[in-house]
Design a protein around this ligand. Sequence first.
Ligand code: ZN
Length: 454
Amino acid sequence: MSASTYAQQHRDRFVEELKTLLRIPSVSTLPQHQDDVRRAAEWLLAHLRDLGMTAELIPLEGGHPIVYAQSLHLAGGPTVLFYGHYDVQPVDPVSEWTSPPFEPTLRGDDLYGRGASDDKGQVFGVIKALESFLRDEGRLPLNVKVLIEGEEEIGSPGISRWIERHARKVACDFAWVSDGQLYAKGLPCLVTGLRGLLYTEVEVRGPSHDLHSGQHGGAAPNPVNAVAAIIAGLKDRRGRVTIPRFYSAVREPSGEEKASWERLPFREEDYLRELGIPVSPGEQGYSILERRWARPTLDAHGIAGGWTGAGSKTVIPAKVVAKVSMRLVPDQRAKTILRAFEKKVSKLASPGVEVEVRELAGGDPVLISPTAAPVQAAMRVVREVWGADPVFVREGGSIPIVAKFDRVLKVPTVLFGFGLPDDNLHAPNEKFHLPNFHKGIETVIRWMERVGTK
Ligand SMILES: [Zn+2]
């Protein structure tokens, strides 16, 4: 037989096992699900051991454990590191789900359930590819390390630090991450860039206690006004961030890359309609895809403080906090930008207030060369399995771990997701298109054969 034939013959069982994993409500952000998160980790651990891999749970202080497995039997052979996550997003509003989020339900070819696509279905697909080799041929075509974390949906705080300290344990030649989508149904894509994220909290303090605006308005500093002025001053009317040297490290995408984006089935009119906006207010001189993928930006997410309840209260609050983040692109560095941001914010502070910036999360952007050998191999295999040439795209969002693979392990990552753009990630009625599950498994099998020793 072959690994592919094995996978074909065990399709139904694979889906049943995935359902078992989906029934575990491993919501990482909610303390009441802590035991469930652990249960999902233990279930995967037992599953990987059952396949004959050496596996362990790696505890993270104050966090959810990493599931780590390996099979290193080819001395001198190449080593791949597979990454995924077993934690899921909360399910609210639960009343909008057609079937219960943790009771996986098949409707047509789609399996509904929280985590079906993000990321349990995809990471389990990788595991089933490994099983197909191990059960059919008794060995894998290359050395394999598997890293499945339980904190991706809360920003991967634990694993990012862990990687820094355990780079040798997870040393590899290249990495593979399946935690994403095709560009469109029938159009697979390989991701060649991710933006970084610098997330901050800006606290503005005025008087030592709340004041009455009738008695003190005009004489006392107002932190709400002050924070609004700070946010307003961080971007100009043309959509440019005003922080000095903010753009100095930004690398322009190549002409070739830009031309390939222009060939994508993306219409700006459709995008504006989908968002329900008349125009895009972003940086002038750049297409919408460039603004979302290759340009850095800055957004405020909320301001807490003062009076926001019903009716009026004439308060000048003592303190206000705003959440402000920046999406970063190569070769910007979160650390450098944080310092420049702090300086700019204190310059924008009006007289009489004190300002403090706290960093809540920071991750660097990453670029992956489309000509790297494992990416090229993926391109060929995706074409064979999906019947279409994959397009090379970037993503506006961040997967912090991929930046670590780039900066700490110094290896390229193949980013191939086999969900669909309408899988309802993080939303009610998340689903996974099962034909994609099986094609995903086949893709991983053929890729391993191609980059391995066979
Ligand atoms: Zn995910």
